[in-house]
Design a protein around this ligand. Sequence first.
Ligand code: ATP
Length: 864
Amino acid sequence: MTVAAHAPARGLTGPDAARLLAEHGRNEVAADHRVPLWARVAAQLRDPLITVLLAAVALTLAIGDHPDAIVITLVIVINTSVGVVQEVRAESAVAALSRLSAPAARVVRDGVQRTVPSAEIVPGDVVALTEGDIVPADARLTEAAALLLDESMLTGESLPVTRSADPRAPGDDAVRAGTVVLRGRALAVVTATGADSALGRIAAMLRPRPEPTPLQRRLAGLGRVLAAVAVGLCALVFVLGLLRQQPPGEMGVTAISLAVAAVPESLPAVVTLALALGARRMAARHAVVRRLPAVETLGSVTVLATDKTGTLTEGRMVVERLWTPRSTATVTGLGYGPAGGIRIDGTTDGAVQGAADGAVNGTADIAVNSLLTAAALCNDAALRPPSGGDGQWGALGDPTEAALLTAAGKAGLDHRRLRETHPRVAETPFDSTRKRMSTVHRTPHGGLLACLKGAPETVLDPTVLADPPELLERARRAAAALAAEGYRVLAVAEQDLDRLPEPPEEAEHGLRLLGLTALADPPKPSAAATLATCRRAGILPVLITGDHPATARALAVRVGLLEPGAGPEVVVNGQAIATGAVSDLTRARIFARTDPRQKLDIVQAWRARGAVTAMTGDGVNDGPALRQADIGVAMGLRGTEVARQAADLVLADDELATVVGAVEEGRRVYDNIRRFLVFGLSGGAAEILVMLAGPLFGLALPLRAGQILWINLLTHGLTGVAMGAEPVSPGAMTRPPRPPHQHILGSGVWQRVLLLGLVVAAASLGAGLWAHDAERPWQTVLFLALLAAQLGTVLGLRERLLTRANLFLPLAVLASAALAAAALYLPFLRDVLDTAPLSWSDLAAPAAAGLAGFAAARLRKQGI
Ligand code: ATP
């Protein structure tokens, strides 16, 4: 494919991109596969219960029972339509979610870099790649710095490969769709998209198949057991009816209808819908669910492993203190703006030196100047002048680096000019495993200068620095003291070189220490409250950070993650994990100086303990841990594409509180499914009980087939679905998470089903018997009482009776009541359902049954 020639710096123009998109199609591996309506209807009709009902229609027609044939047909039509509608709603909710979490990429168009959905990338586009990006299409590199790619998803080769734009190494400049940038930066011109790309060619292998969630699988199993029990009991009703000389045809239809009514056939649909709608509500609260099972798992999370920078803290760094071998200084001013200055506080080497204080905007201290010059050169960030109404300067790139530029500015150094006078000729980028970076620059005098910055442990090392051991020791003590105050500390060093280092990492030996920079990153105002909510909800927060143990500890105490007096054993160092010195990782609350790969060990340790873990991550190496955690949580704004695509949950606002909100939604969904189960199963049990016990009390055939199906339609169909939208219970976040392996009918649900089933059956039979003795139309009274008792339980099962949060439920109950009335007072329905109109006094008995159902459901007030 030929690619339009243009200057990579400007990229395509908007109109060109649109034209190419129309020409080449979207950059997607497979178009959505839509299921036609007829196929959906056919799938519904293949449901065993519907097949049974179809047989019942044939049977009723054969014995000339036209009214029942009409009702059953009506039930089939309504059930099928409800099923199809639910399926379509659930699918569209899930599709909307996958659109929200669709991959994105950065392209240069009209000379500016912007983020676009990967699907809109066209051949000829210039894509910018940085650490953690997934290459969106096949492309040819035009510019690359230390680019390291993981191609394992295409080739299966687990060793990372380097790529360069070097024209002398043909073929080395090709990057392929689907591979991951582990390190470095690059610009590349897209050569092939969609099905033409490397990823497109193996798309069939990668296409995810929607799998049922664990809950759906468990419920399907439960459904089969219940169906077998119900069918057995219905067979019993049939046999007993025959023994009482009831006509076999009528008994057959009745038994079939009873089976249909008693089996909670809408259960899978209700569950899928509840999960999908739960996911939609989470999305409205900025938590985008990428896999449906996450919705149910979220409710049972017991451990929340969070990272620090940007999650518990603002992620807005500001340099506050400087340390050089000669002096200490304080930097004033907030944010990334130039306001503020540098004040030299005193000496650190014991020499007598008059403190040159009050030097605002520019400092005469040579040591401080060299420190900030190197920090500004070994730096990829930029500062964004105030643009919006808030008048705030912003950070472009890494906030740590941007803060260093701001500090340099306060010392009178202009980083843009510095970068012009000292062009970069080589670099070894930062990565969170090495925890340092270095750059090599050509100086105005034609020499070479290497600058390095990184975590003190990785810089204050005799293999890196050539300084005397006493100085290193002094710097280490200063770094530890600053970290204990909660600062993020970076050590900075430099050296003159006489030749270009090859490989560039060669520059990281024999340097001279320039000093330390201490950056403050205040905790988010919401962090303490969020962690307190976690605690109340029985979720244990732990902190995993790349930062220094003392920095992490200081922050943890400030946000209430750790008691101020907590012993040293709660803080574990990454190195100790690596050497296997920690026997039980689950005792720690803070993991500091961790390598992202150690997150995996931490997750596994917790999971081995039976914990359900949610883990936040944003980096390129966080993928495996995010996948391993029960709930991998990626940051939508700050996170890398790799992290986002590996996660179960993406936070659109990067707020930890959003995870907690999602947990609340998860608990709500689970509660509502259990509520529906209590309601549906107790209703089915009551119907069977009435049919079995009625004859013992002289009510030969308590209900007719059509009546049973009508009740089923009004209870399961309308109100059942409405129960899925019940609001979260007020106590949902003050109780511990449910045990992960708890059965869906566990912790009292089963008993409630039996109790409610008994009460509903007794109340309706009581009403029927009363009417029988009073020589009133008892079958109609019984029919209405059974319906009223079930509607009573629906209302009684609400956590908050008079809440206006889910008006759909009271409306559904009202609609059901109206349809029940229609069954009695509309002549056509009266004929097909074989009911009789009731007088006001007759209605008292069903009303009492309704109250009984309501009261029984209210017996347990909290939780479900
Ligand atoms: P958290 O996991 O809490 O978000 P983090 O992501 O900030 O922590 P890293 O980014 O891995 O952790 O940083 C680890 C350490 O590396 C920091 O404490 C700092 O000393 C050093 N460091 C961070 N950014 C840079 C950088 N751009 N250049 C050099 N060193 C850095």
